[in-house]
Design a protein around this ligand. Structure first.
Ligand code: ATP
Length: 431
């Protein structure tokens, strides 16, 4: 059965994953705030990506600024080419993408529409006190350009030989005409991008390599492999900079959609920056004494879209022992809370031991304590936010020095000795 997005959006709000931005003012279109559990989930995704990228010899990380010299966007082609066609309703002034409407009349009020006009997707603002043409700056629409302009800084300071890559996680902004589907398409979002610099002629091989690596990463997040596929861009879909492009798509309830793009950007960006800045961006190969502008294989994944795919994939509603439960079956590495600790009853001797066990576990995992309501209700609360393990301290624990550990997915309970508890949890969670 296809997941009803409304149930997911409501769970996200109810349990502190995602709130509408500026909600008390009625919200602002397409902007969302991550709550306490959402930010944990997001940090876990970012950490797993960062580890996969940086924990190797040939990739370095950077964190470039969002505002860049406006010439960057001229050279990159974003000022001229980063556009969508738009029509305006002459009556109600609403805007639409002509490819998404059936008739030549406004879908909202039936009014007449203007001819299509190109609309640039970059957000503009002004730098400094004077608001004129010369002070226009843009909020970056992709993090990639911060990497290209730093290509030689990183290569020369860390003495890298080609091939090598630069990775970055950061916010990007696009004034999308048709945002929607919760956090799927928003105007402010986070990208995790890695640009891999290779010798021209080896680019096709590296493209294949990164394409496969990236699919493996999504599978390792625990996403259902049947809901992941590649989609190759046809000539009409290729971005202005790309020689070849594949999307990793996930089957969302609203159809197969891109979560990551893998692009062969050739030497387009570096050549353009070299021409525009007048500074050489050539790489010098000491061994062969060759000088060349490398080709770039880009892997660009949306953090928010990946998070949405993880939420959708994990969300299950089921009936257990005659009671309905909703459960987020996150991979333990992704789960915001890893272990919940419960005293069976609000008795000081049980509370004390529960706190002690929690303190011992705290340095390793994010944990939570809960003593409110029946054990069954406490399990349901943790199931709903995807906590993989619940530890209950009961009266027997005081005698047998053991606790009950309950598994979210199988709902099986194991009796574990206190001395073994930390090892048991670490094995299950860290693998
Ligand atoms: P789409 O066709 O869906 O607009 P795109 O092809 O423009 O996406 P890219 O420029 O390849 O996207 O960006 C790389 C990744 O950044 C995408 O795969 C997606 O995960 C993420 N991304 C791009 N635009 C948005 C957005 N408006 N909201 C959320 N994530 C986005």
């Amino acid at each position: 059965m296809a997941l009803d997005m409304t149930s997911l959006v409501s769970l996200c709000k109810r349990r502190g994953f995602i709130f509408q931005s500026s909600e008390i003012y009625g919200g602002i279109n397409s902007c969302w705030d991550y709550g306490p559990l959402g930010v944990e989930l997001k940090n876990n995704i970012k950490r797993l990506w960062w580890q996969a990228m940086i924990n190797r010899e040939d990739i370095e990380g950077i964190d470039a600024s969002i505002l860049m010299h406006p010439k960057v966007w001229e050279a990159s082609g974003h000022i001229a080419g980063f556009t969508d066609p738009l029509v305006d309703c002459k009556k109600c002034k609403h805007r639409f993408r002509p490819d998404l409407i059936q008739e030549k009349k406004c879908p909202d009020c039936g009014g007449p529409l203007t001819e299509p006009r190109l609309f640039n997707l970059m957000f503009k603002t002004f730098m400094g006190p004077v608001e004129d043409e010369s002070s226009i700056v843009y909020l970056r629409p992709e993090t990639a350009q911060g990497i290209y302009v730093n290509f030689l800084n990183v290569q020369s300071t860390l003495r890298h030989k080609i091939p090598f890559g630069i990775a970055q996680i950061g916010k990007a902004f696009r004034n999308e005409i048709t945002p929607g589907n919760f956090i799927f398409r928003t105007r402010e979002f986070e990208q995790m991008e890695m640009q891999y610099f290779v010798k021209p002629g080896t680019d096709e091989e590296w493209f294949e390599h990164w394409k496969e690596e990236r699919l493996k990463w999504h599978k390792a997040l625990g996403l259902n492999p049947k809901k992941l596929q590649f989609h190759e861009h046809g000539a009409d879909e290729l971005a202005h900079y790309a020689k070849k492009a594949f999307d990793v798509q996930y089957e969302f309830p609203f159809g197969w959609q891109e979560i990551e793009g893998i692009h062969n950007r050739t030497d387009f960006d570096l050549s353009r920056h070299q021409a525009s800045s007048g500074k050489t961006l050539q790489y010098f190969d000491e061994a062969t004494k060759e000088k060349y502008i490398p080709y770039v294989i880009e892997t660009s994944v949306g953090c928010d879209r990946t998070l949405l795919a993880c939420l959708i994939d994990a969300y299950h509603e089921e009936v257990v022992e005659g009671e309905e439960r909703s459960v987020l079956r996150f991979h333990p590495k992704l789960a915001p809370i890893k272990v919940a600790f419960f005293p069976l009853m609000k008795k000081p001797e049980l509370q004390e031991l529960t706190h002690k066990l929690q303190e011992e576990t705290r340095p390793y995992f994010l944990t939570r304590y809960d003593e409110a309501g029946s054990i069954g209700r406490r399990y349901r609360r943790q199931d709903e936010v995807g906590t993989p393990f619940c530890v209950t301290v009961d009266f027997d624990s005081l005698k047998d020095q053991a606790v009950t550990v309950r598994d979210r997915d199988s709902m099986k309970q194991d009796r574990i000795a206190l001395t073994q508890l930390l090892d048991y949890l670490r094995k299950k969670i860290e693998g």
